[in-house]
Design a binder for this molecule. Structure first.
Ligand code: ATP
Ligand code: MG
Length: 251
């Protein structure tokens, strides 16, 4: 597996006008892994994701995507090449599920025939029957099904990087666990770099190859879930992850 960096933050500072949210922030996201970003509300998680696809621009510093400074890439092109899934899903209500899923490849000029096949393939991948779902409208789907469509849409243009900002938080626990499993399976089959923000510690530890724990715009610890649980770098790690998780590792 490639150890190349998919995304790199170098000395990134972001300020919305009342102090720095991030200050000289450095982080390397390795390619082909699921990286979860956790930390308290307001610590800068969404800000980090949105700087990757230029929905937000830093005051200073550099964000590199596959080695290229995003500031030099046209934002529209950048966004078509990076999947983005948000909690609110953002499906277009007047488009069918098939049209929603295929929007980016369509904008890129892919042939109709290829799009039809791609939609079926993606619906199958996320566990929805293409014959049943492709011509429905978003309001004809449950919340959980809509979130799956959000994931399918992010995959449609076959991006190597996908940003996910609390994508499963509106789901019931059963659908959520199912989608977590599907995400892990998916990543084993088609290696993607997935940067996944979540408030759910169980989710973060379960799906991650690598966890990044933030506090007030600073990295407290990065490591595999096991590394965080076995070697918490400071008491805050225990506090945030929940002391009960550490009992099995304590003396
Ligand atoms: N457009 C904005 N204008 C001003 N301040 C902002 C803006 N967006 C975010 N902030 C502030 O920047 C900080 C980081 O916000 P961000 O959305 O990145 O946090 P977060 O870690 O994603 O939080 P949450 O877990 O609640 O989603 C917060 O203090 C927030 O109030
Ligand atoms: Mg957020």
């Amino acid at each position: 597996m490639s150890q190349a960096a998919a995304v790199e933050f170098k000395q990134v500072t972001k300020n919305y006008g009342s102090g720095n949210v991030l200050e000289r922030f450095d982080l390397i996201i390795p390619a082909g892994r699921i990286v979860t970003i956790i930390g308290p509300s307001g610590c800068g998680k969404t800000t980090l994701l949105k700087m990757v696809n230029r929905l937000i621009e830093p005051e200073s510093g550099t964000v590199l995507v596959e080695g290229e400074d995003v500031a030099t890439v046209d934002p529209v092109t950048l966004r078509r090449n990076i999947g983005y899934v948000i909690q609110q899903i953002g499906l277009f209500p007047h488009m069918t599920i098939g049209q929603n899923i295929s929007i980016v490849p369509r904008l890129k000029g892919e042939k109709k025939q290829d799009l039809t096949a791609r939609i079926s393939e993606l619906l199958e991948l996320i566990g929805l029957d293409p014959a049943q779902f492709r011509n429905r409208y978003p309001h004809e789907l449950s919340g959980g099904q809509q979130q799956r469509i959000g994931v399918a849409r992010a995959l449609a243009a076959n991006p190597s990087i996908i940003l996910m900002d609390e994508p499963f938080s509106a789901l019931d626990p059963i659908s959520r666990v199912q989608l977590q499993k599907e995400l892990i399976n998916l990543n084993q089959r088609v290696r993607k770099t997935i940067i996944f923000v979540t408030h759910d510690i169980d989710e973060a530890l379960k799906i991650a190859d690598l966890v990044v724990l933030l506090k007030e715009g600073r990295i407290i610890q990065t490591g595999t879930p096991e590394q965080l649980l076995e070697h918490p770098s400071e008491p805050y790690v225990l506090e945030f992850l929940g002391p009960e998780r550490f009992s099995q590792y304590s003396i």
